[in-house]
Design a binder for this molecule. Structure first.
Ligand code: TYD
Ligand code: MG
Length: 533
């Protein structure tokens, strides 16, 4: 066996060093270098291990004009789980066109076969890219194996051969799970093994179009003197599987574990090597699951896939617009915000709570929101809104585990904090009513800008709310306390109205409000604070 060279590899950026150092010289992180034993013979072409032998792709690559490259070789493979395909990325337009054609076909009475033929996957449709590697991460028990087994079954039902390698369960245990999920397609092959060489041997024998490795942490390469799951093993196994994917055009799903800190175990390293990283968000104690792409070489990272865990596995939630505001009840400290996630708008309930503390030791805690953004909003509320929060603990969260990072949620977060602090819920005061009724329903109106400097004075009227509770808020807040325009405002408003909100608090917009909706356009935080009653 070739003698292994001792090197040190950075867990964060994957850089290789010849000696141990406390700080990685490439990424600047402390205590991230780990021992790595590279095989001496691997120096020349490290990728060409078992995978290199497995494929006869020894031809020297030739440069060619971009127009002559055959793109049909990478025609995407839709898993037909729409929520998964959405995060895997691709030309949604192509698929939409396909869907529309199919609909038109049905409407015009075209035969089902013809309609289906129109909707056949094209280069532009969304799904897996052949030859790519997709790393799926998430907490234990969140549903990684379930989703991949379901996806494997769907792919196999399309006549595509899938090899599902289980390194954590036996083949019988996987069969048991598959029975529960109704996954028994003929083209679905299962292999229970942990040795990389044997796995690649089976890939050569079975010749699948899609390979699932569940999980990469348990796979080992026999000639490496390191335990499965160590950086040495992970790096070598992942590299060989990536090479196998590229050389033989097999799409590879890898399952990666997550550490207590919520990071993929070992693996910033793996993230750099694979093409796509999908991550399960959400609370495993709730039934819904969110799948988000945090890296995607072949698509956007803005889209999320929504699922619900049921007795029969993960169920897609295609119309999840109201999923994260389903339990919303108007109360102080709770405001709903229409949030864009890629092409889709989701209504998310934002909650906040303030509690007495001491200046200098007040806590600021977030769940699902950006803590830096929260600190900025608290400062703006203090300085521009006249609220005293220096001696208050502030807690803010997005309900249901949905991560909300976009500044468009600023207004909702600020109103939730102010509402919690003042014990007032969002709704217009009577003083606003005259102005509000200047326009008929379905028209935009503006909140009167009454001497907005002193927020306390604008909040002190103890008149009852005159608005129904169905009000949501969207807008970015600047450091000057101004409420700024946000992208996709029309789509957000339309979605809010579709899901039953009759009033939207937003920055000035040119659009005509949809029927049954009234817009309250605010230019500053002060004006918005007047909506708290
Ligand atoms: P699993 O896919 O094994 O999680 P991971 O691979 O991410 O560790 O999911 C296990 C959880 O899902 C477990 O808590 C049971 C639940 N589950 C269902 O509720 N219904 C099902 O049909 C299946 C297969 C699992
Ligand atoms: Mg699992």
């Amino acid at each position: 066996m070739a003698k292994a060279r001792l090197q040190f590899i950075c867990r964060e950026c994957g850089s290789v060093q010849s000696r141990w150092m406390g700080k990685c010289p490439d990424c600047g992180q402390w205590d991230v270098l780990e021992e790595y034993r590279a095989s001496a013979g691997a120096g020349k072409d490290e990728q060409r291990g078992e995978a290199g032998i497995a494929t006869a792709a020894d031809a020297v690559p030739q440069a060619m004009p971009i127009g002559e490259i055959d793109e049909t070789l990478v025609a995407r493979i839709p898993t037909t789980i729409v929520e998964l395909d959405r995060v895997l990325g691709g030309g949604d337009r192509a698929q939409e066109t396909g869907d529309r054609r199919q609909e038109t076909g049905q409407r015009t009475g075209t035969s089902g076969t013809t309609a289906k033929a129109h909707a056949l996957p094209s280069v532009g449709c969304s799904g897996l890219v052949p030859g790519s590697t997709v790393l799926v991460g998430g907490d234990p028990g969140i549903g990684k194996s379930t989703l991949l087994l379901q996806a494997a079954d769907r792919l196999a039902r399309q006549g595509r051969r899938v090899l599902y390698v289980t390194s954590e369960e036996s083949a019988q245990q996987t069969r048991l799970r598959a029975a529960r999920l109704g996954a028994h397609a003929d083209e679905l092959y299962v292999l229970a093994d942990t040795n990389l060489a044997r796995i690649i041997e089976q890939v050569r024998r079975v010749q699948p179009q899609v390979l699932v490795v569940d999980s990469i942490q348990m796979i080992y390469k026999g000639d490496l003197p390191a335990a499965p799951g160590s950086v040495t093993q992970l790096r070598a196994c992942c590299m060989e599987l990536c090479y196998l994917a590229k050389a033989s055009n097999v799409a590879v799903f890898l399952v990666g574990h997550v550490t207590k800190e919520g990071q993929l175990a070992g693996p910033r390293l793996l993230e750099h090597m694979v093409d796509t990283v999908l991550y399960f968000e959400g609370d495993r104690y709730h039934s819904h699951r969110i799948v988000r792409a945090i890296k995607n070489r072949f698509g956007t990272t803005l889209e999320v896939g929504l699922f619900e865990m049921s007795d029969g596995g993960l169920r897609e939630v295609r119309d999840g617009g109201g999923l994260f505001a389903a339990e919303y009840r108007p109360m102080s400290g709770s405001v709903v915000c229409p949030v864009m996630q890629g092409s889709r708008c989701l209504l998310v309930e934002i909650q906040a709570l303030t509690a007495t503390s001491f200046p200098g030791s007040a806590k600021r805690k977030v769940s699902g929101l950006d803590s830096n953004r929260l600190a900025m909003l608290i400062a703006v509320l203090e300085k521009r809104g006249g609220l005293r929060l220096a001696d208050q603990d502030v807690f803010a969260s997005s309900v249901g585990g949905m991560k909300v990072g976009e500044p468009a949620a600023d207004l909702a977060i600020a109103l939730a904090i102010a509402g919690a602090h003042l014990n007032r819920q969002i709704g217009a005061r009577q003083g606003n009513e005259a102005r509000r009724h200047e326009g008929t329903k379905g028209k935009a109106s503006t909140v009167p800008g009454k001497s907005p400097r002193d927020a306390t004075s604008c909040l002190d009227a103890s008149v009852p709310s005159c608005l129904p509770p169905g009000i949501c808020a969207v807008g970015e807040i600047g450091l000057g306390g101004e409420v700024r325009h946000v992208s996709g405002i029309e789509q957000r408003i339309r979605e809010a109205v579709r899901l039953g909100f009759s009033h939207v608090l937003c920055p000035p917009v040119a659009m005509k409000p949809p029927a049954g909706c009234e817009l309250f356009q605010v230019r500053s935080l002060d004006e918005a604070l007047q909506m708290l009653n």
